[in-house]
Write a protein that binds this ligand. Structure first.
Ligand code: NAD
Length: 287
């Protein structure tokens, strides 16, 4: 089945970016979110990103921001995704929410459509069990910011069939990204490796070893990381980091994944990182 129409659930940082790269590849996109303000923000962010890409040094050959944006429609919820050959779920990192949204999406699109989740850590096998055609469920883990990052980590659920896997690898390539398939284990590869580093960086601040700028400087100047772990945590969203660490901790039952209390405290205070204006750093004066 050829993929022409894609439904994206969740218009946050990731959903907006996924909608953008799908539209850039010529696909029609329906973007839904429970919060209309998020949809408006996503459309505005897409416009900024596309204008930047079109005007960039190398320019992107043939990129027409107006034409790309015209391919993205905002809709009210998963029920409005009938006719989509693919749904990519990119709502908040909560198991119960994802189970419900995948069930609603599956009911709207029918048994032949592929249902992908952009989850950062949750078992695809568990998510697949929530839909009537679990062989059509797969993990499509895009990286942030989606328009710029070349990797999509592909996760096969226990139930995923070969045709679904092949179709999603082909689509990923069509989006200009590189698919890397990994097993269905908590945090997959990306966040199993990344999150303990971010958590340990937070512990350095919590324990008074160094302030955030010093921690990040050690890792950028000393380890050649393009972004320090705490700046990266702010980009990802501290709520998402805590949700991922909670999955790692509860699934592996290993204390090395216990969330740093400072991270948990920031999230409780609404300091979620860039998306809320403040995390380890203050973004209120930055556009
Ligand atoms: P976000 O907080 O920016 O956006 C989440 C969106 O989900 C919000 O717009 C929210 O309104 C929406 N939402 C919540 N309940 C909903 C519902 N019932 N129906 C529709 N939409 C609903 O989060 P994000 O950073 O975009 O993360 C989304 C997903 O992508 C998560 O699973 C996360 O783990 C994963 N992810 C995040 C990153 C990252 O760097 N932030 C990277 C890869 C994957």
């Amino acid at each position: 089945m050829e993929i022409r129409q894609v439904g994206v659930i969740g218009a946050g940082q990731m959903g907006g970016g996924i909608a953008q790269v799908c539209a850039q590849a010529g696909l029609a996109v329906r973007l839904c979110d429970i919060d209309p303000a998020q949809q408006a923000r996503a459309m505005a962010q897409m416009r900024r990103s596309l204008d930047k890409l079109a005007a960039g040094q190398a320019g992107q050959a043939g990129l027409e921001p107006d034409a790309v944006l015209a391919r993205v429609a905002t809709v009210s919820g998963p029920g409005a995704l009938a006719g989509c050959e693919l749904v990519v779920e990119a709502a908040s990192e909560q198991l119960a929410l994802k189970l419900r949204l995948l069930g609603e999406a599956a009911a709207a699109v029918g048994p032949d459509a592929i249902i992908a989740s952009n989850t950062s850590s949750i078992s695809l096998t568990r998510l697949a069990a929530a839909v009537p055609s679990p062989q059509r469920v797969i993990g499509m883990h895009f990286m942030n910011p989606v328009p710029l990052m070349p990797l999509v980590e592909i996760i096969r659920a226990e139930q995923t069939d070969d045709a679904t896997h092949r179709a999603i690898e082909a689509l990923t390539t069509r989006l200009g990204k590189t698919p890397v398939t990994v097993g269905d284990a908590p945090g997959f590869v990306s966040n199993r490796v990344l999150m303990p580093m971010i958590n340990e960086a937070a512990f350095c601040v919590h324990d008074g070893v160094a302030d955030p700028a010093a921690v990040d400087a050690v890792m950028t100047l000393g380890m050649r990381h393009p972004l320090g772990p705490l700046a990266l945590a702010d980009l990802i969203g501290l709520d998402t980091c805590v949700a991922i660490l909670d999955v790692l901790y509860s699934e592996f039952r290993d204390s090395k994944y216990r969330v740093c209390p400072l991270l948990a405290r920031y999230v409780a205070a609404g300091r979620l990182g860039r998306k809320s204006g403040r995390g380890f750093y203050d973004y209120t004066d930055r556009s």
